[in-house]
Structure formats: structure tokens, C-alpha cells
Ligand binder design. Structure first.
Ligand code: C6P
Length: 412
């Protein structure tokens, strides 16, 4: 692997994350679970405090000063999100609770309106349960059929097999930009082009891309793209669904309630314009407001700089971990976000996770909400170390040292 050196000042970055400066079980915290949720910089935490202590009010409803200030801040995040993914218009940005809700929105609204018996949906063997179950539910209600792109031993998708699955019956392809379990980055441009050639729409699950990869929805030409704020240094409970305007306009609402209507009578309701048609009820105002600061944090550091630093960590960790006795790494392709997923012969991933935690090292263990992928590799789960911009090589040394001790201890 080639290693690019990043101009990132790691000390200054770490100073911005209060949670990192603590001892866990008597050791300095080493947080390697950012793929589950990243830690939050002080600007994001301050934005939440400022909202609640300065201008908490409901949005789009009141004409008083606080309501207008809250509405402006909420809509400012929409504009920041539009710029962040280069959407053509802010009307194409729907606020959600995160990727799970974004996918469910499309699966419900699009499926109800457009799928019929015999239509086909394609997902991949690398998907998170959030990009599997909503489509299974959609197939149950519509009679559509779910097909799956196989995964190769390297963790890469089998694109030749994908080409064979694609037919004029295919109505939608839903794949992740990067795999949460293996870190593998999928060739989404190629997948989108191939799918469009047969007339299918494409949804990209960007949960693991938002903090790591450049996203340009117009250049990609994807039809839908989902993000979760909490994996991008932002608060939990917020995210966005991008959809092409003409598609969102055609799709029926997902939830009914306040704000998503133009006029309600007992006989008939007419719906609000985009994006409000899909934002029923009082939304998660505070977390959406603070999400802007998370995106600004990423843009401020520069995604290329962050990616270069994280790639350095990935290469270093891969070398260190694969040198240990009995280790098998899953996801061996070079084109990865900063995730190292592995098993160690004869030691259960949960035991490894617990013993690492006793040394202050936080990793995720188990199936990572990708049970079909674990079945593909014939394993119950892995240990997953996932890195973010605030991590260091010294922390990787702590992880490697911890693993070495666990291996020695368990082999006695
Ligand atoms: N993956 C992980 O530890 P939500 O929970 O809605 O923000 O995101 C769901 C989701 C969807 N797709 C992918 C690729 C994901 O990684 C996730 C969340 C976390 O890997 C928690 S299970």
C-alpha cells in the first residue's frame, strides 16, 4: 500500500474532542469504534448547548424572534449539507434520523408507489441490515424480488456477477459506498452507470463514507444518497436523505402529520412542497442545527487531509495486526476506509473486545449488523478497529500490544 503523509496537526485536533481525554479502566482511552459512532468536537457540543440555552423554539411555525432564529439555523444546515454533497438544490435534502430512516423512507414511499410483482431489487452481500431489511419488507408488500451481488474473498463485490443480475426488471440497486464491517470501498460510479444503463435507480448508503470520502451526488449521478450525522462527528438522531428532485416530487409522503401538508380537510389533504413533504412533525431541531458544525469541521480540515491521515493509520494498523500470531484480516483489498476487521485463532471476538476494554481500548466485536456477510465468510463475527482523524499511531501500538498479551495469555 502507498502511504501519503498528511499535513494534519493531530495534537490540535485531539484538543477539540473532550471525551478523548479520560482514563478507562485505569488506562488512557483509545477509541477505535468510530465506525459505530464518531466522537464529537467541542464546536458541535457547543452548538447543542447554544441552541438549548439561547434559541430553543419550534421551527417553520412561529413568527417570534426565537422561532425565526431556530428556523434559520435549521435551514442553514440544509444549505451546508447541499454544499457538502454538491446537490443541485436544497429541496433535494431531506432531514432524517440517519441512514436507517433514509433507506426506510425510500423503501416505503418508492416501493408503495412504483414496485409491482416481478420487479427486482438488487443489494449486495456487503450490506448493513439497514440496507437489507427495508427492501425485504418492500418485497413482501409488493411481490418484488430481492437479488444479491456476491462478495469475493477480498471483500470486493463481484461486478461480473452484478452485470448478470441486472436486467430490465431491475428497478432499484441499493449498495453502500463503503462497508462498515470490512472497510471496503465499493466502485459506486461503475455500479451507478451499469444500473442506469438498464433503467434502474440507485441508492447509495453513505453511512461509512460521510466522514472519509469526497461525495458529489451530481458527479456520481446517484438517485438517492443517505448519511448519518453521528458517524460524521455530529450528533446522533440526525441525518440526510438526498434524492433527485423529480423523483422526490413523484414519491408519496412517508409520514403524515404537521408541516408536511398544504391544506387538510376531512375529505382530502394536499401535501407541502419539497423538502417539507417528507418532514412530518417537529423534527430533531437541535441535532440538525449542530450537524452543520460537524460538516464544517470536516470541510475545515479538508477531506483529502483527513483521508491521508486515516490511510496512514490503516496501513500501520494492518501491518501491526497482521503480524500477530493467528490473526486473519477480512477485507484485504487496498481500497478501504480506515477499518481493520479481524479474527484470532481460538479466541472469541467478544473475549478479545472485553480484554481490550480492560486496557482502555474500545473496539467493536460481533457481526456488526451484517450477519449475511459473516455467513459468507463462515464466521460468527470479527473484532473491528475503526479509526478517525483524532487517532494516532501510538494508539495503534497500544492495540497491538494489548492483542499480543491476549494471544500469549490465551495460549497458556
Ligand atoms: N453502522 C456500525 O457499527 P444509522 O444507525 O441509521 O446511523 O446507520 C445504519 C448503518 C447503515 N449502513 C451502514 C453501512 C452502517 O455502517 C450503519 C451503522 C454502525 O457499523 C452501527 S450498527
Amino acid at each position: 500500500m502507498k502511504v501519503a503523509t498528511s499535513p494534519i496537526d493531530i495534537k490540535k485536533i485531539r484538543e477539540q474532542f473532550p471525551v478523548l481525554h479520560q482514563q478507562v479502566n485505569g488506562h488512557p482511552l483509545v477509541y477505535f469504534d468510530s465506525a459505530a459512532t464518531s466522537q464529537k468536537p467541542k464546536v458541535v457540543i457547543d452548538a447543542l448547548v447554544n441552541y438549548y440555552s439561547g434559541y430553543n423554539a419550534n421551527i417553520h411555525r412561529g413568527i417570534h424572534t426565537l422561532a425565526e432564529k431556530a428556523t434559520r439555523a435549521y435551514e442553514q444546515t440544509r444549505e451546508t449539507a447541499r454544499e457538502f454533497i454538491n446537490a443541485a438544490s436544497a429541496e433535494e435534502i431531506i432531514f432524517t434520523r440517519g441512514v436507517t430512516e433514509g433507506i426506510n423512507l425510500v423503501a416505503n414511499s418508492y416501493a408503495k408507489a412504483f414496485l409491482k410483482t416481478g420487479d427486482e431489487l438488487i443489494i449486495s452481500g456487503l450490506e448493513h441490515h439497514s440496507n437489507i431489511v427495508p427492501w425485504q419488507l418492500a418485497c413482501e408488500t409488493t411481490g418484488a424480488v430481492l437479488k444479491v451481488i456476491p462478495v469475493q474473498d477480498s471483500g470486493e463485490l463481484d461486478i461480473a456477477a452484478f452485470k448478470k443480475l441486472l436486467t430490465t426488471k431491475t428497478k432499484l440497486v441499493a449498495v453502500n459506498h463503503a462497508s462498515n464491517s470490512l472497510g471496503v470501498i465499493n466502485p459506486v460510479e461503475e455500479i451507478i452507470n451499469l444500473a442506469h444503463d438498464t433503467g434502474s435507480l440507485v441508492l447509495i448508503d453513505g453511512a461509512q463514507a460521510g466522514a472519509h470520502l469526497q461525495i458529489d451526488v451530481q458527479a456520481l449521478d446517484c438517485d438517492f444518497y443517505c448519511l448519518s450525522s453521528h458517524k460524521m462527528y455530529g450528533p446522533t438522531g440526525a441525518g440526510i436523505l438526498y434524492g433527485k428532485k423529480f423523483l422526490l416530487e413523484k414519491m408519496p409522503p412517508y409520514h403524515g402529520g404537521g408541516e408536511m401538508i398544504k391544506e387538510v380537510t376531512f375529505e382530502k389533504t394536499t401535501y407541502n412542497d419539497l423538502p417539507y413533504k417528507f418532514e412530518a412533525g417537529t423534527p430533531n431541531i437541535a441535532d440538525v442545527v449542530a450537524y452543520k458544525y460537524a460538516m464544517d469541521f470536516i470541510t475545515g480540515l479538508g477531506r483529502e487531509n483527513m483521508a491521508a491521515h486515516e490511510h496512514e493509520l490503516l496501513v500501520y494498523a494492518t501491518e501491526k495486526i497482521s503480524a500477530l500470531k493467528g490473526v486473519k484480516i477480512y477485507g484485504t483489498t487496498e481500497n478501504k476506509v480506515s477499518v481493520v476487521s479481524f479474527t484470532i485463532d481460538g479466541i472469541h471476538p467478544f473475549d478479545i473486545g472485553q480484554m481490550l476494554d480492560a486496557r482502555g481500548v474500545a473496539v467493536r466485536t460481533g457481526h456488526h449488523c451484517t450477519q449475511p456477510l459473516m455467513n459468507r465468510f463462515g464466521i460468527e463475527g470479527t473484532v473491528r478497529a475503526s479509526f478517525a482523524v483524532y487517532n494516532t499511531k501510538e494508539e495503534i501500538d497500544s492495540l497491538a500490544e494489548g492483542l499480543k498479551r491476549i494471544i500469549n495469555f490465551m495460549s497458556k
